[in-house]
Design a protein around this ligand. Sequence first.
Ligand SMILES: [Fe+2]
Length: 301
Amino acid sequence: MLEKFKEYLTKKKSPYVANIAQDLGIEEYQVYGLVELLKREGYLFDIANNQVVKTKPIKENDIYRIPNNLDHIKLLLISDTHLANKYDRLDILRYLYEKASDNGTQYVLHSGDLTDGFKRDEQVYQLKEASYTGQRDYVVDKYPHSEIPTYLISGNHDLWWYKKCGADICKDVSNHREDIHYLGSDCEDLQIGKLKLRLFHGIGGSSYAKSYKLQKYLDSIPLEERPHILQTGHIHQAFYMKQGKTHCFQTSCLQDMTPYERSNGFSNDKSCWWVDVTMDNRGNPVEIKQELETFGKKLKR
Ligand SMILES: [Fe+2]
């Protein structure tokens, strides 16, 4: 019945408890029970005014918390999509969300630079959309729509808009898309059941070694604060390491190399991390496995 209920909600037939009960051939109190079961699996639903409604993640003590009673969860880690740049790769994003839907991924995590923003004068020639509203609408319209929730922080490119005029483009996008949840700018903590995650973007240029910034950042986190999964963006190069209990994923980009990157000799990997987490019978994460998927030339323009 739970799977049938999930399918019903996906089709958005009716939000009213009475209608749902009638359509599914169950009692109204059973709809309340099904919503409670969904909440325990981490789905953001609740009941208000006799309707099943979507909710936002709750932040307590600076941590966004999502319930989880599953013994296994699958994550897709992506970053630096730089949407609205002529070199963005919406084709890869569409492919990834389709794959995530097929392979049972529960959450997509995006560690910043959702948009390309607008800072440098010559950048205007590399943009599909140069205005704030143009980039916001581009993302709201074209970012793959999915039943899988995406949790997002903003990166330095997104924050150029904030520095210019106080507009938070990731928050704005999230307000227009119920499947995209904005956590905050640059660094935020998320907890799925007992699994602790941190999303971090960062600022500044590249370093000689692609691991350097990630290692330095991890060193800056007090031991007691360290998450099970640290996901970083900004560097556009993929890298993994494990230190103590922390699995560190430097997530590269989903954008082709731009003339700016080529002129500056910056690296540009296109990839994502697929991460499987297994919990013990108390919900503690006991095994974290990862797989890097890389991408080459355009699938289609
Ligand atoms: Fe970036």
